[in-house]
Design a protein around this ligand. Structure first.
Ligand code: ADP
Ligand code: MG
Ligand code: ZN
Length: 219
């Protein structure tokens, strides 16, 4: 039988790392917003962040394709996230981060640090790139998580379960965050990653554009 002390500990220190992942349109942001709103209903103090590459719809909120929103702070990289969060960490119990794939590997250390401080950390992000390759640092976050939720979308070609994000058209701009008509969810059979080398180079963010590379902000 669990002692009252143990139960009280679980209520006060809900330390855990949760990762919500899958292709675009799979409902990652919706699920993140759902969990954070429930935490707020339970009177947990929530802080939510997103990278400044994602300024779709709202600059001061995370948003889903189904128009759900939740207030969030936009940061350039993990360093800035820490600079905003740490001075107020005593007042924060749950930390939510959307579009986590746009941060660098130091997000993994930050997640470990926060869980070490007894916080609940919920991270949402793409598991694969438009080439179908693992999208760092999500794989490492999945490895250290207490719980991983892998969502799927609906294939826009055939209606089957979609696990891939298809980039459409010939626009080769480096970063097109969520631009309408530029991406769609595809099943394995309908997914067509670019094979041409020039296009493949542009499937991932260039090093300087990745939200957590210090050079991107300090240059
Ligand atoms: P993500 O953050 O994973 O990109 P969102 O949470 O922003 O996803 O949006 C999920 C919502 O997108 C769904 O609830 C649905 O309303 C809408 N949607 C649009 N296209 C699709 C699709 N192909 N498959 C599933 N949902 C889709
Ligand atoms: Mg999203
Ligand atoms: Zn399909």
């Amino acid at each position: 039988m669990a002692s009252a002390g143990l139960i009280a500990h679980a209520a006060v220190h809900p330390e855990r790392i949760e990762v919500i992942t899958g292709p675009m349109f799979s409902g990652k942001s919706e699920e993140l917003i759902r969990r954070l709103k429930r935490a707020q209903i339970a009177r947990r103090r929530v802080a939510c962040f997103k990278p400044d590459l994602d300024v779709r719809y709202h600059r001061n909120a995370i948003a889903s394709h189904s128009a759900q929103t939740l207030e969030a702070v936009t940061v350039a990289n993990v360093e800035e996230l820490k600079a905003v969060l740490m001075p107020t960490i005593e007042k924060v119990e749950v930390v939510g981060i959307d579009e986590a794939q746009f941060f660098n590997g130091s997000l993994v250390s930050l997640a470990n640090e926060l869980v070490g401080l007894g916080r609940r950390v919920i991270l949402a992000g793409l598991d694969t790139t438009f080439a179908g390759e693992p999208f760092a640092p999500i794989p490492d976050l999945m490895a250290i998580a207490d719980e991983v939720t892998k969502l799927s979308a609906v294939c826009m070609q055939c209606g089957a379960t979609a696990v891939h994000t298809q980039r459409l058209g010939s626009d080769q701009s480096l970063v097109l965050v969520g631009a309408a008509g530029v991406y769609e969810a595809r099943c394995r059979a309908c997914f067509q990653p670019w094979v041409d080398e020039h296009a493949a180079e542009q499937l991932e963010l260039p090093v300087g554009a990745r939200a957590e590379e210090p050079s991107a902000t300090k240059a």
